[in-house]
Design a protein around this ligand. Structure first.
Ligand code: ATP
Length: 247
């Protein structure tokens, strides 16, 4: 079953257009959304979730049209886009109390498990957390209502190498029973070497490839110089994107 279907998503900003973005994510899989700074990764994720209003496109989550069924779709989606900008003086306990009221399937035991796994103290105020701790807290919230689809924007970028490794391991455990899927954006290609099943590559607002990881890597081997070994994800991205800085 496809947990997410994105069809013809278009969003025009004055100096940037997300053009006709289409891809889909099957159940039980982890998809990495890659692209360089400004390629349109966050705009894609926000447009999928109606956090910016797309000009065109159709989104289906668990087979339901997201625009028509937004509230029930949101019960099945766990989202982390960016850090916590507000509520700096609030304790985590207070924010959790407000968040859990929104979700019919809120699971306190799961919440406690993730808070303890991430070594977070809910008596702390938001302003007392490091950036990495804030990300972990938001991920704990996103994982505590039995969401089938998890959407994260650069979840690993503020984490130390140990926390990053642990989070990628957790992602793999989360999809293991085949019920959930994860879509996350990153420009850290080693994250994808470790845990992605599928890769979707966006460049200048357009999808240039979306496939399972092996097929994706195979499709770009034409960038290889004669006699060179097989290119990895990082080499594929660098060769596709390389520009020059003139000083
Ligand atoms: N609210 C906005 N108004 C106008 N332009 C915007 C807005 N948000 C993003 N953009 C533009 O859209 C383009 C894509 O930005 P986006 O944040 O989606 O890129 P990204 O791939 O997530 O980049 P990064 O890796 O740096 O986070 C950029 O050119 C950006 O300036």
């Amino acid at each position: 079953m496809r947990l997410l279907e994105v069809e013809g998503l278009t969003k025009k900003y004055p100096k940037f257009t997300l053009k006709n973005v289409s891809f889909s994510l099957e159940q039980g899989r982890i998809m990495g959304l890659i692209g360089k700074n400004g390629a349109g990764k966050s705009t894609t994720l926000k447009s999928i979730l109606n956090m910016v209003y797309p000009d065109k496109g159709c989104i289906k989550m668990l087979g339901h049209d997201f625009r028509q069924d937004e509230e029930s779709c949101k019960q099945n989606v766990g989202v982390v886009l960016g850090s916590i900008q507000f509520y700096q003086d609030k304790k985590l306990q207070t924010i959790t109390g407000v968040t859990k009221r929104f979700y019919q399937n809120w699971d306190d035991a799961a919440y406690r498990k993730y808070m303890s796994m991430f070594e977070l103290d809910e008596q702390k105020q938001v302003k007392q957390l490091s950036e990495g701790m804030k990300v972990k807290y938001l991920i704990a919230l996103a994982l505590s209502h039995d969401a089938k689809l998890l959407i994260f924007d650069e979840p690993t970028s503020g984490l130390d190498p140990v926390a990053r490794e642990d989070l990628l391991e957790l992602f793999q455990q989360l999809v293991k029973d085949g019920k959930r899927s994860i879509l996350f954006s990153t420009h850290i290609t080693s994250d994808l070497d470790k845990c992605a099943d599928d890769i979707t590559y966006i460049k200048n607002g357009e999808i240039i490839a979306s496939a399972d990881k092996a097929s994706f890597i195979q499709a770009f081997q034409s960038l290889k110089a004669p006699g060179e070994d097989s290119l990895n994800l990082e080499e594929i991205m660098v060769r596709n994107e390389r520009g020059t800085y003139n000083v």
